[in-house]
Design a protein around this ligand. Structure first.
Ligand code: PEP
Ligand code: MN
Length: 449
């Protein structure tokens, strides 16, 4: 029997419409937007409410120190890159990192892609100027095109429908790859052996060797259980575009409560987390596990107000704080926040985003990051949580499975000159496949303390 929503619940899902919503596109045609909303509302959900509930449970375990979260993927997915190869390489990279982290932490790793919906971006400026020409900024493939032409930059609501279909295709492939044998632990481990066989990465051989012995031990014991062959993999993106999230929100027939079925996990960005704003209101009304990005100016009062609004019932796993302080600030900015929240005893899962506080411009004009800064922020994250006695619950990274050259450093020494070789991101710089694996090996050591 299906349960109906309580009175006012469905109406409440539209309360955001009368609140201030930052970072929304200036859609030129409201009728076309409304038609797209109706079309999306009639399409099937991309994920099930029950899957989102499973993830809530996993995130609660991470908050207790019984699991570790690995969330990774592009800053901005693009329609052109929603191909089998690109998606496979990203999943492969995340699975390889997860094996290393599982070993390092001796904990299950909760795997989550910034995938299948990460098509909209907040921007620091509404306009972009090039050679005396000014056009609207690129806001992600769900909104406008990246080409620097007036036509491409006009927001087009049909792109929301395209984003839905690309997300559906991506999820289909994720589900096939993670349950169809591709994710077999033994196979993922072989890929890692290939990585550490490269002399450039010999520093990681010892850990890889230890994992190898553990694998052979399991095989000798006859271990051949299902969890070696398939993995749980969740989808997530920033819930930026409320004109996309609202029509994909459905009333769960089991409980009569709303879930945003565009992804398992949704987060609110640093730029749209105003307490009285549209994004916080909307996500306060859906039952998915949700995150909020917290930058270096966040006060404990901000954190408490977000907890009051987004998790008033103090459900473990419901709310994740994704801190993104910057390597230079985390050791000053994070302690008082974590101390006060920890002292309150209220449940929060703490995740470190070591990317967004460490963005710099290279002399040649590329938006980039240094791998050393990224790793230093993660180290600071562990130090602060250990000092306070709270739990460092996971990692949120921008990465790709391809050999791009967007982040400086790593054993292959991507330097300023190398950036131009394969700089492909349309927004923020991503760790490439090798840098991602290096990060996993180094973080595995940090977890062990
Ligand atoms: C992002 O995750 O790509 C992003 C824009 O992050 P933040 O909201 O932390 O700036
Ligand atoms: Mn980004």
């Amino acid at each position: 029997m299906s349960v109906e929503a309580a009175p006012g619940v469905v109406e409440g899902l539209d309360a955001w419409r009368s609140l201030s919503a930052r970072q929304q596109p200036a859609w030129p045609d409201q009728d076309a937007l409304a038609a797209v909303g109706r079309e999306l509302a009639a399409l099937p959900p991309l994920v099930f409410a029950g899957e989102a509930d499973v993830l809530t449970g996993r995130l609660a375990a991470a908050a207790r120190g019984e699991a570790f979260v690995l969330q990774g993927g592009d800053c901005a997915e693009t329609f052109a890159e929603a191909t089998a190869d690109t998606i496979r390489n990203k999943i492969k990279t995340i699975l390889q990192m997860a094996v290393v982290l599982t070993y390092g932490a001796s904990l299950p790793v909760v795997k989550m892609g910034r995938m299948a919906g990460q098509y909209a971006k907040p921007r620091s400026a509404d306009l972009e100027e090039r050679d005396g020409v000014t056009l609207p900024a690129y806001r992600g493939d769900a909104i406008n095109g990246h080409d620097f032409t007036p036509d491409a930059r006009v927001p087009d609501p049909r792109r929301l429908v395209e984003a839905y279909h690309r997300s559906a295709a991506t999820l289909n492939l994720i589900r096939a790859f993670t349950t169809g044998g591709f994710a077999d632990l033994r196979r993922v481990h072989e890929w890692n052996r290939g990585f550490t066989a490269n002399p450039a990465y010999s520093a990681y051989e010892q850990v890889a060797g230890e994992i190898d012995r553990a694998m052979r031990f399991m095989a000798a014991c006859g271990a051949d259980f299902d969890s070696l062959r398939s993995v749980e993999f969740f989808a997530s993106h920033e819930a930026l575009l409320l004109d996309y999230e609202r029509p994909l929100t459905r009333i769960d027939s089991r409980t009569g409560t709303p879930y945003d079925c565009s992804a398992h996990f949704l987060w609110i960005g640093e730029r749209t987390r105003q307490l009285d704003g549209a994004h916080v209101d909307f996500l306060s009304r859906v039952r998915n596990p949700i995150g909020v990005k917290l930058g270096p100016t966040t006060t404990a009062d901000d954190a408490f107000a977000l907890m009051d609004k987004l998790n008033p019932n103090e459900q473990p796993g419901r709310l994740t704080f994704i801190t993104r302080m910057g390597a230079g600030r985390i050791r000053e900015a994070l302690p008082s926040l974590v101390e006060k929240v920890h002292a309150s005893g209220r449940p929060v899962t703490w995740v470190c985003d070591p990317m967004h506080g460490n963005t710099i411009s290279s002399a040649s004009g590329y938006k980039t990051r240094r791998l050393t800064d990224v790793l230093d922020e993660v180290r600071g994250f562990f130090e602060v949580h250990r000092a306070v006695g709270s739990v460092p619950g996971g990692l949120h990274v921008e990465l790709t499975g391809d050999d791009v050259t967007e982040v400086l450093g790593g054993s292959e020494e991507i330097d300023e000159d190398a950036l131009s070789r394969r700089y492909e991101t349309l927004v923020d710089p991503r760790l490439n496949h090798q840098q991602s694996l290096e990060m996993a090996f180094q973080v595995a050591e940090m977890i062990q303390g």
